[in-house]
Design a protein around this ligand. Structure first.
Ligand SMILES: NC(=O)c1ccc[n+]([C@@H]2O[C@H](COP(=O)([O-])OP(=O)(O)OC[C@H]3O[C@@H](n4cnc5c(N)ncnc54)[C@H](O)[C@@H]3O)[C@@H](O)[C@H]2O)c1
Length: 480
């Protein structure tokens, strides 16, 4: 299964099996029920998760009927994989379209739903147009990158009454839904404040500085692109809505100026072919990445492996936010994209005590004998010894006033600890077959998407003005 970003830490398998507490139940589809017809818009890395799901475990309920991308090389890649999954001698030969062909694609192929996995700044337009052309939408985070994009989606939903599913996969990681259950149980009383720190390491964090993410126009910066995951989690955990945001931050590690100041200059223009550099991503090392990005470069010049210390980066790598919530809670949040280890720590303070979730996804980024970063340090016994102080894992602890701390058991999900994608896919692709409501309330729609990006959009304004921003002044198209 294609999981997250290829540079992200891998989910680890646990000893037990998947728990019914987090893996929902579904009825079998009727034998003659028609399969839902999906088109995939944006055939880059992330699309693979949906393609694999509809080629594999969910092929009984859905099928891919068309592709849309501006790069025919990446469509070729997936069309060939679909052909193989169908046992054909060659590619599946599905109809293919460019962005201007979205409406035609929906009409010509009787598309029920468009899966939007293009770059962030294009989501609003594609969602709006797909809804108006008569299809539902499944959209990757972030919902959009601007207030105007929010308005556009809100109006399209209001005008068409169609469905927008937001795929917030982090909600489906059992540790995250467990923290929500602790808060909802009342064990820590009413939430007064949250302290949330997310650390991206020098492999995964660097990846946001290699390509379009590093351009604020394309991604909204990490406050939108990355933090929308985390800010959605806060909304989900405490069941509340953000109202006001103050942000500080900057580009302090990646980018040309920082590299020059630290004597790391000159830098290779791209990772591929630049040996022995821990910040480089060499596409030749991963046949899938090479096929998806290296060969298709000839069509649009899009480079997957740019240097994270390039000129012209317009996003932050250090962010600090203070966010007020309607119910009175306040969040202090920080994101760092050049940490030596990867994971997160969240503390939720309440009137009866506190809950603390600590997650280490990758204990260290180490270098091999040639100086290159090793993506999976657990593969190296020597590295495991070195990271004994920071073992990969997760711990959820609750401590009520006047009591000792107790650890809350986190149920096992699908695809290893931390993995949310497999359960998310069941919930998105088999939703009509659910045998009951999800007690964990994980399904998300466009309004959850709005509530998550609203904070990042306000943060971007705050970063430029130095002032706190009231979310109600953003005119997002509807009240949160
Ligand atoms: N939930 C997660 O954990 C997760 C993980 C990775 C990516 N994502 C999201 O998935 C989306 C795609 O990410 P990715 O890493 O696959 O990016 P990518 O750059 O690899 O792929 C994006 C694709 O969209 C195409 N594209 C760009 N603009 C287009 C346009 N105007 N019209 C048609 N096609 C266009 C590109 O050619 C490319 O094939 C992003 O929104 C990202 O935030 C989510």
């Amino acid at each position: 299964m294609t999981d997250q970003n290829p540079t992200a830490p891998r989910a680890r398998a646990g000893a037990g099996g998947p728990s019914p507490l987090v893996v929902p139940r579904f009825a079998e589809p009727e034998p003659d029920a028609p399969r839902r017809r999906y088109a995939v818009a944006g055939t880059g890395h992330r699309a693979g998760m949906y393609v694999d799901a509809l080629n594999g475990p969910h092929r009984d309920v859905g099928e891919i009927v068309a592709w849309l991308d501006r790069n025919p090389g990446r469509i070729d890649y997936y069309d060939a994989s679909l052909g193989r999954a169908q046992g054909l001698d060659g590619p599946a030969g599905l109809p293919r379209y460019g962005a201007d062909g979205l409406e035609r694609m929906i009409a010509e192929n009787a598309v029920d739903a468009v899966i939007v996995t293009t770059i962030d700044s294009t989501h609003a337009e594609l969602v709006d147009r797909a809804l108006r052309a008569g299809a539902d939408v499944v959209v990757e985070k972030p919902l959009t990158t601007t207030a105007e994009g929010c308005r556009r989606i809100v109006h399209a939903v209001a005008d068409t009454g169609r469905d927008v599913v937001m795929t917030f996969n982090y909600r489906y990681a059992p540790r995250n839904s467990s923290l929500r259950e602790v808060i909802r149980s009342g064990a820590i009383g009413d939430v007064t404040s949250i302290h949330f720190e997310w650390a991206l390491d020098t492999v995964h964090g660097a990846d946001y500085f290699r390509r379009w993410h590093r351009d604020k126009e394309s991604s909204g910066g990490l406050a939108v692109h990355k933090s929308s995951h985390h800010l959605d989690l806060v909304n989900y955990w405490i069941g509340d809505v953000p109202t006001r945001v103050y942000a500080r931050g900057g580009l302090k590690f990646y980018g040309a100026e920082n590299a020059k100041a630290r004597g790391l200059w000159p830098r290779p223009e791209r990772g591929t072919g630049s040996r022995n550099d821990p910040f480089s991503l060499d596409l030749h090392d991963d046949p899938r990445l090479a096929a998806l990005y290296l060969e298709p470069e000839t069509h649009d010049g899009y480079r997957r492996d740019g240097d994270p210390f390039a000129e012209g980066i317009t996003i932050e790598d250090n962010l600090a936010l203070v966010v007020d919530y309607r119910g009175g809670a306040v969040l202090t949040y920080s994101l760092n994209a050049h940490s030596p280890w990867e994971g997160y720590k969240v503390t939720v303070n309440g009137t009866e005590g506190r809950a603390e979730l600590e997650v280490i996804e990758r204990g260290a980024v180490i270098r091999d004998e040639n100086g290159r970063a090793v993506l999976d340090p657990s593969a190296t016994p020597e590295a495991l010894g070195r990271s004994a102080l920071r073992p990969e894992g997760e711990r959820l602890v609750v401590q009520r006033h006047w009591e000792v701390a107790r650890e809350i058991e986190i149920p096992e999900g699908l695809g290893g600890h931390g993995g949310g994608d497999a359960i998310l896919l069941m919930d998105v692709l088999r939703r009509h077959l659910r045998t009951g409501d999800d007690p964990l309330g994980r399904a998300a729609g466009y309004r959850d998407g709005l509530r998550a990006v609203a904070v990042g959009i306000a943060a971007n304004i705050s970063l430029t003005t130095g002032q706190a921003v009231d979310i109600s002044t953003l005119d997002l198209g509807e009240d949160l």
